[in-house]
Design a protein around this ligand. Sequence first.
Ligand code: NI
Length: 136
Amino acid sequence: MIYLTRRERFNAAHKLYNDEWSEKKNLEVFGKCSNPNWHGHNYVIYVTVKGEVNPQTGWVIDLKDLSHLLKEEVIEKLDHKNINLDVNFMKSKKASTEVLCIEIWNILFEKIKALGATLHCIKLIETENNYVEYYG
Ligand code: NI
């Protein structure tokens, strides 16, 4: 078994907000992250796949295919977008790094299988100091 990781980047806006709560409670819980007029992050995503090396290519996955998949299914949908408003797969979900990471996993899992590898981990970096990892 060998592991391969592809890095991609995107910039997006969001706010953390629970619309069942008052503005005051949102501010207490989410602080600056609940700023009504949004804020942005330069996200970095690491997608790790695993599998056996194909003896005919020496690869676990074709990186061109993986890169194309990530661009089409993840980066183009998120880059320069508002995660709360513009991103279909995040509609009516909390725009946290945790939820975003899980949703990206759900989008990619079967599609990576179709490319002949298994999705192992998604690491989503929101800031220099904060990132999440999801293993399914
Ligand atoms: Ni934020």
